[in-house]
Write a protein that binds this ligand. Structure first.
Ligand SMILES: *[C@@H]1O[C@H](CO)[C@@H](O)[C@H](O)[C@H]1NC(C)=O
Ligand SMILES: *[C@@H]1O[C@H](CO)[C@@H](O)[C@H](O)[C@H]1NC(C)=O
Ligand SMILES: *[C@@H]1O[C@H](CO)[C@@H](O)[C@H](O)[C@H]1NC(C)=O
Ligand SMILES: *[C@@H]1O[C@H](CO)[C@@H](O)[C@H](O)[C@H]1NC(C)=O
Ligand SMILES: *[C@@H]1O[C@H](CO)[C@@H](O)[C@H](O)[C@H]1NC(C)=O
Ligand SMILES: *[C@@H]1O[C@H](CO)[C@@H](O)[C@H](O)[C@H]1NC(C)=O
Length: 535
């Protein structure tokens, strides 16, 4: 059956997760201290990690109402930081010569909540750019968006993934929609919502449109002026976003911005992936990917605000901003490919699974294609920041795209090797994971084939179901590794899921992520550098 996920489930899960004490690794409920002894010098260099018996408590799965029995497997992951430089590149794909999982077990939750396995793999050590990063200082950024009070409320939990405690400010111009009619938002509601943001460490100012008669493009336009006027001596960037613009790593965003000369007018942004849109609307920063203006350029827009706001050519905010810039400045767009408007419709998994740089994401909340619960997908970033959507390929023909999916290639197309047990030794076509799988509907909204080469190449065709099995992220939450040691909510658990077809079982794959430190003090002798401790 399909597990539905009502909103209240999130709160419920958090409570359940809080009280669940997960005993893994060690046959007779050996507590997690044991994990430390797994992580001994030299261990990760061993080619075949020895499996041990283990048990999993599965009562926390009850809330999902899976059809019993299910196929189940889990693995603990300890992250090993390899870089101290925020914003540094991460590999697009890391190939490991060990499996992510051994065989899946069958579990019948109606019979027993304890799953005993003969063979479990020890924790997996994965190299990530960095771990447990404190909030970045983004006092040089002022963000602005305009939306309805309801949509701002709905997106609060997503903003809470990247905005809090960064010293960045955000201005939100809100209106209300009553029976599809625009009306001013209620002052009490605005104040209450603003307080909620402040309570969560987000410096959000919720305001009415600058002028009550302003149309939608005029509002997004006057927002630049609001932000510019609110600048202080730290402000360097004025950034227009949509309420569904998401910044996966503020470190990476900051690192990208720091490469640009602030004393000059800068117009940074990204083109639509849809060449038709670029061709029709212009060489501009498409709004959902983020429109990033250096202070000197924001001043140009501010100085000519009255004129620009009166002479709108279209009903769209991003075009109006481009028009104003191109009328009063010689500055042209600097295209930042890592910012993403995401104009493809339908199944965009190929995009998320591409391993490419993701400085911003957009159109993920259902209006355009599939709806993703971004705040769950992104939770693992608390452990290892830009490891979100990082990819690892395992020897069991699995590719993990962190926070999005685990893909299994049963015919051996990931490695290009026939799976063990297949007698036929002819070669298998190996997938080029540098190419983005074109999973989305090839038709643009206009009905013609959507041309995305300028933005997303190199591309490859969509894979059939018998070549690629996708296990998508179903849920993610914090759990305690060991309440008795006073460690609270230090593990991010991810639940990946595939609904079985007719006569097949549902499959649940669980990954438990912890912060590790590279520990030179206890580095192994014999030239091994792989010692990692969990903290
Ligand atoms: C599971 O089933 C119970 C009882 O039928 C229902 O109240 C609950 O909402 C369901 N949960 C999910 C996640 O579908
Ligand atoms: C915001 O959403 C919450 C539920 O998530 C609701 O209780 C609250 O009334 C909403 N506030 C506004 C201003 O819509
Ligand atoms: C928001 O930032 C401004 C400017 O730094 C500061 O004056 C104000 O106190 C902050 N507000 C909150 C609620 O943090
Ligand atoms: C920036 O402004 C703050 C207060 O608004 C002031 O204390 C500080 O000296 C200023 N810094 C510079 C470099 O001007
Ligand atoms: C995957 O491997 C199968 C079996 O060898 C082969 O027939 C197929 O063409 C391959 N597909 C891709 C997309 O590489
Ligand atoms: C171990 O790491 C250090 C510092 O990163 C490096 O200089 C050294 O070459 C590494 N040794 C081996 C054997 O990889």
């Amino acid at each position: 059956m399909h597990p539905h996920k009502p909103l209240s489930l999130v709160a419920f899960l958090t409570i359940v997760a809080g009280i669940v004490f997960v005993v893994r690794y060690g046959s007779q409920g050996t507590p997690l201290q044991e994990i430390e002894s797994w992580i001994r010098p030299g261990f990760v260099k061993e080619k075949a990690p020895m499996p041990a018996a283990c048990e999993d408590q599965l009562d926390w799965l009850d809330i999902y109402n899976f059809t019993n029995p299910i196929r189940y497997v889990s693995r603990d992951i300890i992250t090993k930081p390899v870089s101290s430089r925020p914003g540094s590149d991460r590999p697009s794909l890391t190939i490991l010569d060990e499996p992510l999982f051994l065989d899946l077990e069958t579990a019948d939750l109606s019979q027993s909540k304890t799953l005993k396995s003969e063979k479990c793999l020890p924790p997996l050590i994965l190299e990530v750019p960095h771990v447990a990063m404190p909030a970045v200082d983004a006092s040089n950024m002022i963000f602005g968006l305009q939306t309805t009070i309801q949509r701002l409320n709905d997106t609060a939990k997503h903003l809470a993934r990247w905005l809090p405690n960064t010293n960045a400010r955000l201005f939100a111009i809100v209106i209300d929609l009553v029976k599809d009619e625009e009306t001013p938002a209620n002052d009490q509601q605005m104040a209450a919502l603003e307080k909620e943001f402040h309570d969560k460490g987000m410096n959000v100012s919720i305001i009415h449109p600058v002028h009550p008669d302003h149309s939608l493009p005029q509002r997004s336009f006057s927002l630049v002026d609001v932000m510019y006027q609110a600048r202080d001596n730290k402000t360097e960037w004025v950034i227009c976003i949509d309420e569904d613009t998401f910044f996966p790593s503020m470190y990476d965003l900051q690192a990208m911005l720091s490469a640009h000369d602030l004393s000059k007018e800068q117009y940074l942004g990204s083109l639509s992936e849809d060449w038709w849109s670029v061709n029709h609307y212009g060489l501009m920063a498409f709004g959902g990917a983020g429109i990033l203006l250096s202070s000197p350029l924001a001043k140009v827009v501010h100085d000519h605000n009255d004129d620009c706001i009166k002479h709108l050519r279209t009903t769209s905010g991003d075009i109006s901003i481009m028009d104003c810039i191109y009328k009063y400045s010689t500055t042209k767009l600097t295209h930042i490919p890592g910012l993403h408007q995401l104009d493809m419709g339908g199944d965009v998994s190929g995009f998320y699974e591409s391993g490419r740089e993701m400085l911003s994401l957009h159109h993920w909340n259902g209006g355009w294609g599939a709806a993703f619960e971004m705040e769950k997908m992104h939770l693992v970033a608390d452990i290892c920041d830009s490891c979100f959507l990082q990819r690892w390929q395992f020897s069991n023909e699995m590719v993990l795209t962190n926070g999005f999916s685990i893909a299994h290639y049963p015919k051996g197309n990931a490695s290009g090797k026939k799976p063990a047990g297949v007698l036929d030794t002819s070669s298998v076509d190996k997938i080029n994971f540098n190419e983005m799988e074109q999973t989305w509907s090839p038709q643009s909204l206009g009905g013609d084939e959507m041309d995305v080469q300028h933005s997303l190449a190199p591309l490859r065709g969509k894979l059939p179901d018998d070549v690629k099995m996708g296990y998508k992220l179903l849920d993610s939450m914090y759990i305690d590794s060991d309440p008795t040691r006073g460690k609270k909510k230090d593990v991010v658990r991810q639940v990946y899921f595939n609904e079985g077809g007719e006569g097949e079982k549902d499959t649940v794959m669980v990954l438990n992520w912890r912060v590790g430190t590279s520990n030179p003090a206890s580095a192994a002798p014999a030239g091994q550098n792989s010692s990692v401790s969990a903290i």
